[in-house]
Design a protein around this ligand. Sequence first.
Ligand SMILES: [Zn+2]
Length: 373
Amino acid sequence: MRYCPRCLEPDTRPDSIFDEEGVCFPCRLLETVDQIDWDARQRELVEIAQWGRERNVSGYDCIVPVSGGKDSHRQAVYCRDVLGLKPLLVSCSYPPEQQTERGAYNIGNLISLGFDCIYVSPGPETWRGLMRAGFMIWGNMFKSTELALYAVAPKVATAWHIPLVVYGENPALSWGSAGGSMDEDANRLKYNNTLKGGDITWLLEAGFNMKELYWYRYPSDAEVERAKLRMVYLGYFMEDFNDITNGKVAMELGLKPREGRDAILEDIGQITTYDALDDDFVIVNQMLKQLKFGFGKASEQCSGMIRAGTMTREEGVAAANLYDGKCAHRYLADFCNFIGVDEDEFWEQAERWRNREIWKQDGNIWTLKYPLT
Ligand SMILES: [Zn+2]
C-alpha cells in the first residue's frame, strides 16, 4: 500500500491510476489545470444546453438527478438560473428507516426553490433485502441500491423523452477512480467500479427477480442510444465545482448541514459537516471500506482539500489519522437493525473483509501496516 506524495490518495482504491513516480491521477491532472480554457468549456456547456432545449418534446430540457445534498443544490440552480434550462429533478428516495430527517428537509428545501421533482421510492422490503445481500456478498451494502440511485434518471429520461441528463462531478477526475470517462461524457457512468455496467446477474443468482429489480435495472447502451440520450458531468465545465464551493453555495440556498451529535467528527468519520446528509448508513460503509482498502471518507475529503489548496498535506495526515473509518455505535446498531443481523454477525461478516495484507494484529488491536505519514 502506497500513498500519493502530494495528497493522501492510496493505491488500494479500486481502479485507481498512479504514474511511475507514484503520483495519483487527480494530482497529475492538477498540473494541467492552468492550461484549461474554461471560457471554451463554458461555451461548450452553453451549446449543450441549447442542444437540450432544441430537443425538448416533453416540457423539460434536462433532468438533474438529485439527492438534496450540496451538489444537487448547485447543479439544479446552475442549470436553471445560469444556463436557462427547464430542468426536471429526479430523486431516488431511501426507505424511511434510512432517510434522515435532515435529508428530507434538504430535498424539500431544494424543491421549494421552485423546481418540479419526481421522487422515485423503490419498495422498502426489496431495498432492505438488496442492502443485506450487498453487505453479505460484497461487504458493501450500497452495491445493489446504488444501481437504483444511478438508474432512475436515465430510466425517467428514456421513458419521457427528455434529451439530457446533467450529473455533478466525474468520479474519475475527482477521485481518480477510472472505469467511466475522463471528460464531460457521463454516458459511460455505469461502467464505474460500483455499478459494473449495471450488471445484476449476482442479484438474480441471490434470488431476486427481474420485476423486483425494475428500478435497479440501468437502461442498456442500446436503449440509451435509441433515445439519443446525452448525459454530461457539469463539474467538467466549471472551475469551482468542488465540495467547498458547492457546500458554501448550497448553505446560502438553505441547505441544512449536520448538527448536534450527528456533526461530531469522531462519530461520523468525516472532516466536514455538509457531506452525506441524507443517510447515516454510509458512515458504516466507510468503516467497511477502511477494512478492505485501508482508507475512509476523511482521507478522501482531505485529499480534495489539499488539491484545492485549503489544507496542507501535514494537516491532512493528522485529520485523516484522527477520523478515517470512525463510526459511532448508534449508526452501526441502526444498520444492523435495518437489515436484521445481530452485531456479532455483523462483525463476523465485516472481519471477513479485512484485508490482512494491509492490516496487522497485535492482541485485540488491528493497525495498518502502512500508516499514512
Ligand atoms: Zn494525489
